[in-house]
Write a protein that binds this ligand. Structure first.
Ligand SMILES: Nc1ncnc2c1ncn2[C@@H]1O[C@H](COP(=O)(O)OP(=O)(O)OP(=O)(O)O)[C@@H](O)[C@H]1O
Ligand SMILES: [Mg+2]
Length: 260
């Protein structure tokens, strides 16, 4: 464990550059256990890049990222970071759920196989146990009647539900979702968002969701806006009756946000 307090996700001065393009320009933020946080911002502001850095699909150029107190992709020794080997990175990455905008299901696998795959491969669960857990998850997302359908036989909303069930299959402490409703019409998008909130309530999984939909973002505990790779706004939803509290970055004491 590092001394990175109890934040489920903690970013400290995270910078990322592609060639001459500075994409992340010093991101500082903390997401508390169980919190639902939406990440908003114009196209190109660095939202997807930030998520990809969190699960180490991209390397950061400087700063620190901690998930549940651990540096992702690195081992920290005497203040220096040493990159882990690919196998260790994959194992750590499996502790973080990820949902993509375009579902990314395996087309040759049924819904049940898609959801049971990671527990079998990563956790070495038996085929029977993985299938039983996958069935339960698919029932939770309302697809109990479509366990043996292939992705091509499912609607977009249903495929995204399978992708969500799959992201929860390793029981992650934090789930990252990059525009999980971006490919869906507003009704299906609303259902998928509600589903994520339901799973958050039932499993206390911390959610970091990128969305362009301000209405859906209003249902989250907290909204962060990025612009040019910087946090420009951090809005926390007040408890019922308290309304919203709003502050402007920079200078915002993010670390003083209270855990829920
Ligand atoms: N692999 C890459 N190589 C070079 N530039 C990249 C790469 N990935 C992203 N970029 C650039 O980094 C910037 C941020 O991209 P990113 O995908 O994070 O934006 P975003 O906020 O997710 O946008 P959108 O809302 O359109 O999805 C963009 O200018 C993009 O062109
Ligand atoms: Mg994006």
């Amino acid at each position: 464990m590092s001394g990175a307090s109890t934040a489920m996700l903690r970013a400290e001065a995270v910078r990322k550059r592609y060639g001459h393009l500075d994409v992340l320009n010093g991101i500082d933020l903390e997401v508390w256990p169980g919190q639902v946080m939406c990440l908003l911002g114009p196209s190109g502001s660095g939202k997807s890049t930030f998520l990809r850095c969190v699960n180490h699909l991209e390397k950061i150029d400087s700063g620190r990222l901690y998930v549940d107190g651990h540096t992702i992709g690195y081992r920290e020794q005497r203040g220096k970071l040493h990159e882990l080997r690919e196998r260790e990175i994959c194992r750590k990455r499996a502790e973080i759920g990820m949902v993509f905008q375009r579902f990314n299901l395996f087309p040759h696998m049924t819904a049940l196989q898609n959801v049971g795959e990671a527990p079998r491969r990563v956790r070495r669960e038996s085929a029977d146990r993985a299938a039983a857990q996958a069935k339960e998850l698919l029932e939770q997302v309302g697809l109990g009647a479509k366990l043996h359908r292939y992705p091509a036989q499912l609607s977009g909303g249903e495929q995204q539900r399978v992708a969500i069930a799959r992201a929860f299959s390793n029981d992650p402490a934090i789930l990252l979702a990059d525009e999980p409703t971006g490919n869906l019409d507003s009704r299906n998008g609303g259902h998928v968002f509600e589903l994520l909130l339901k799973l958050n309530r039932e499993r206390a999984t911390t959610l970091l969701l990128v969305t362009h939909d301000h209405h859906l973002a209003g249902l989250a505990d907290r909204k962060i806006s990025l612009r040019d790779g910087r946090v420009v706004e951090d809005r926390e939803r007040g408890r019922v009756g308290e309304g919203e509290t709003e502050s402007e970055a920079p200078g915002l004491p993010l670390s003083t946000s209270l855990p829920h």
